[in-house]
Design a protein around this ligand. Structure first.
Ligand code: GLN
Length: 288
């Protein structure tokens, strides 16, 4: 191991371990020194003082448990690069799975309808789902809504950086007026990864999440399923009758009651799906 890699590992061994530490080292080397671990090992390139200063500063932030994605200001989602700030949740691998599920489902549909469909992402945050779907389906009309203006700014940046057009709407899904005001009512698909972490679950959350990520995007408050109730109601009136689909990321411990909300609102073909770790993480349904 070379001097630089050892220095980073020593500094961060109290924060990360094993494979996670290796991957943090890789990210730091490439982001701050424009080097691969092999280049660092071979010492073909010496970092400048300025590069080392920035690296040391980032190490200090990581020692305070700040997530590496906020430190570098970027992350990858569905093979694309996204800017992230503390105004938006860091995209999770399970949300990538949700995106993949949607892409597969729509690729199975006839190419003609796939090219012209309309999608809405409720609570878009960094814009990861909306932007990834817009990249996957270049002629789809993609809409994205969020309550947070700073989040919408990050999402708009991400749409532009990935060269896609997304229609952004500033709105609160919990307000009664958003459904009436919304300008489109024939979506082929509505997708959402709303806040779903309960108050009890928040107590056992990693400090890196609890201290740094936006609580507005994580915690629904005392009624954990309130967002699902509102999204389901909103989507009933805004999805195409018969063919419109709803895709949700859900709390693995509340899967049955979340499905119950959709049943009560007369959705059809309600299907729960597990994520890669075997947790009930997704809910799919068709407009009744
Ligand atoms: N899966 C996220 C987490 O564990 C929560 C995302 C959400 O609330 N929508 O932190």
């Amino acid at each position: 191991m070379n001097r630089l890699t050892r220095m980073i590992k020593d500094e961060l061994s109290g924060v990360y371990a094993g494979g996670e530490l290796e991957s943090v080292v890789r990210i730091l080397l490439s982001h701050y020194l424009d080097m691969s671990p092999v280049e660092a090992y071979l010492r073909e390139k010496e970092p400048s003082e300025e590069e080392l200063d920035r690296l040391r500063q980032s190490i200090r932030q990581l020692q305070q448990h700040c997530p590496i994605q906020y430190v570098t200001g970027e992350t990858e989602f569905y093979g694309l690069k996204f800017k992230v700030t503390p105004d938006v949740l860091i995209p999770r691998p399970e949300t990538e799975e949700l995106t993949e599920m949607i892409v597969r489902r729509f690729r199975r549909r006839s190419p003609a309808s796939a090219s012209s469909f309309k999608i809405l992402d409720v609570g878009t945050g960094s814009g990861c789902i909306a932007v990834a779907l817009a990249v996957a389906f270049p002629s789809a009309e993609v809409w994205a809504m969020d309550i947070s203006q700073p989040a919408l700014e990050v999402a708009a940046y991400n749409a532009a950086a990935n060269r896609v057009r997304v229609h952004f709407v500033h709105g609160d899904i919990l307000s009664g007026t958003v459904a009436r005001r919304f300008p489109v009512n024939d979506f082929d698909m509505i997708v959402s990864n709303p806040p779903y972490v309960t108050q009890k679950e928040s107590l056992s959350m990693h400090e890196r999440v609890y201290r740094y990520e936006p609580h507005q995007a994580l915690f629904p408050g005392s009624r954990p399923l309130i967002f699902y109730e509102h999204i389901a109601r909103f989507a009933r009136g805004r999805l195409k009758p018969q063919t419109g689909l709803l895709y949700l990321e859900i709390n693995e411990n509340l899967s049955q009651s979340t499905a119950g909300i959709l049943k009560r609102q007369h959705y059809r073909q309600i299907t729960l799906r597990k994520d890669i770790r075997g947790k009930w993480r997704f809910l799919e349904a068709a407009q009744g």
